[in-house]
Design a protein around this ligand. Structure first.
Ligand SMILES: [Fe+2]
Ligand SMILES: [Fe+2]
Length: 187
């Protein structure tokens, strides 16, 4: 969860990348040779938390960036993207998000099958889960760097301070929206 000291969208989302990285690390550490409820729980939590983060970007960050081009952009600071550059990079991030959710859904399905014993050889199944998670981790690293080095800096360059504050509040709210099944533990 982002701390209250994070004031802008950039800080909140970058801090959430760090928290997600830690969850991912814990998940990989919990994946042993066979199915374990603790590993499934960590996978489920990472999936839910990444989905919340992605929702924050899809519902708030990306639309805010793209709509900032609707106004007068003639006096923008240097190093601001053109609308077509912004669209192109955001399309890339969208396709990464689809990939993450797709791979994690596949990992969840394998784990569920293991839990109900329909997964056959559990060691091979857990091995394929580990590979799926490792692929997500590697692509997520590149993805997060692109966001932190580029896209997360755009609101400060493109938007008025009041709009930046409103965006930060929306994203903060989205990142609090943990599904009910986790809430008791988070409290
Ligand atoms: Fe993202
Ligand atoms: Fe992100």
């Amino acid at each position: 969860m982002p701390s209250e000291k994070s004031q802008n969208a950039e800080g909140i989302l970058a801090e959430d990348h760090e928290a997600l990285g830690k969850l991912l690390h814990d998940l990989l550490a919990a994946l042993g040779q066979a199915y374990a409820p603790a590993a499934f729980k960590r996978l489920d939590l990472f999936w839910a938390r990444l989905a919340m983060h992605i929702r924050g970007e899809h519902l708030h960050l990306f639309p805010a960036i793209l709509s900032a081009f609707d106004g007068d952009t003639s006096e923008l600071a240097d190093e601001t993207p053109t609308v077509s550059e912004a669209r192109e990079v955001i399309a890339q991030l969208h396709s990464d998000h689809d990939f993450f959710m797709h791979e994690l859904a596949a990992a969840i399905k394998i784990m569920r099958d293991c839990r109900t014993n329909a997964g056959g050889n559990s060691t091979a199944a857990i091995d394929s889960v580990r590979q799926l998670i490792a692929t997500v981790r590697d692509r997520l690293e590149v993805h997060n760097k692109l966001e932190e080095d580029m896209v997360y800096r755009w609101p400060a360059k493109l938007m008025e301070p009041a709009a930046q504050t409103a965006l930060a509040a929306e994203i903060r709210e989205e990142l609090r929206n943990l599904p009910p099944r986790f809430r008791e533990e988070a409290d």
